[in-house]
Design a protein around this ligand. Sequence first.
Ligand SMILES: Nc1ncnc2c1ncn2[C@@H]1O[C@H](COP(=O)(O)OP(=O)(O)OP(=O)(O)O)[C@@H](O)[C@H]1O
Ligand SMILES: [Mg+2]
Length: 351
Amino acid sequence: MYKEQILKALQEVCHPGRQNRSIVELGMVSDIHEEQDSVVITLAFPKRRDPLTEYLVGATRACLIRNFPQLKSEVRTVVLEESQPKKKVNELDFSQLENVKHIIGIASGKGGVGKSTVAVNLAIALARAGYKVGLADADVYGPSVPTMTATQGLTPDAVEENGGTWILPVEKYGVKWMSIGYFASEEQALIWRGPMACNALKQMILQVKWGELDFLLIDMPPGTGDIHISLVGDIPMESAVIVTTPQKVALADVLKGVNMFRNENVNRRILGLVENMSWFTPAEHPQERYYIFGKDGGAQMARNLDLELLAQIPLVQSVRESLDKGEPIALYSGVDAEAYLKLAAKVAELA
Ligand SMILES: Nc1ncnc2c1ncn2[C@@H]1O[C@H](COP(=O)(O)OP(=O)(O)OP(=O)(O)O)[C@@H](O)[C@H]1O
Ligand SMILES: [Mg+2]
């Protein structure tokens, strides 16, 4: 009963900053209760430091004394929970990349030229040279890293830290690996539409606890579509290595890949071109070279595009076989591994 009377009386108290509407109408009287021998009235303020707080507390006290001279009362204030500033939907958190020195995309406009083969072997070769290395497999629709490193079936752990959940990369051969293949089956990934694939991809890079790295390689998916542009635009990729085969028909696609990085809005440095499958050398005739896809096509492309030719990597059966087993050739010694070790030295020098 007394609550209703008090509320009625408090309708006299108006907020000059809110068109003189009463504090009752504004919903500012958040609580009225008895405490020992007095009545406590709580006024709720939506904002901290409302300049009219003191005035309204005074006016409420005066109103109570005027209407209920016998009543012992107290007026308290409370600030309503200020809603946390909401993270914008597209706001990206780059905190996990803070200790990564160089982020390098391994790309090509063309599919099947050996981007993943080069990326995985380069990562291992850099690690063998003593660098701290990570590799993010950015091919949402056809992730290769789990198979190429025989880590398929592993599920990365996650940790909660600083208000976020971070995925721990899979560690093998001295490299930290991350791939969408650890989370989604191929059939699942295939039904992802563009934006979903883009987000999953960025998560694969930004939500991973990479720790301290000298190099983070990003194995780019084939093509130069929306996913690529969004990825190159949003991830602080410092530079790129372009992979091609010596075939003339590859040139147009490679040019698209190069232009994607040279586009004035993107403007990322290209370290150079890797010519893959430069020649075929049969295991039983190691001195012979068969130029199956043409001779020096990559070198010519590099000249035309004003790029450095970083490496010429032969087509060798052991490169494919070792990858299919999940034990990349760069783990071993011998001529086949050497091409990748040399490439690693070159990348480390230019980055
Ligand atoms: N130098 C090489 N010698 C022998 N086989 C190779 C060599 N480079 C790549 N391959 C083989 O060629 C195939 C395609 O290579 P890879 O998957 O690396 O290409 P990609 O450019 O990443 O393809 P995608 O565009 O689909 O991502 C693989 O089976 C791989 O083992
Ligand atoms: Mg690939």
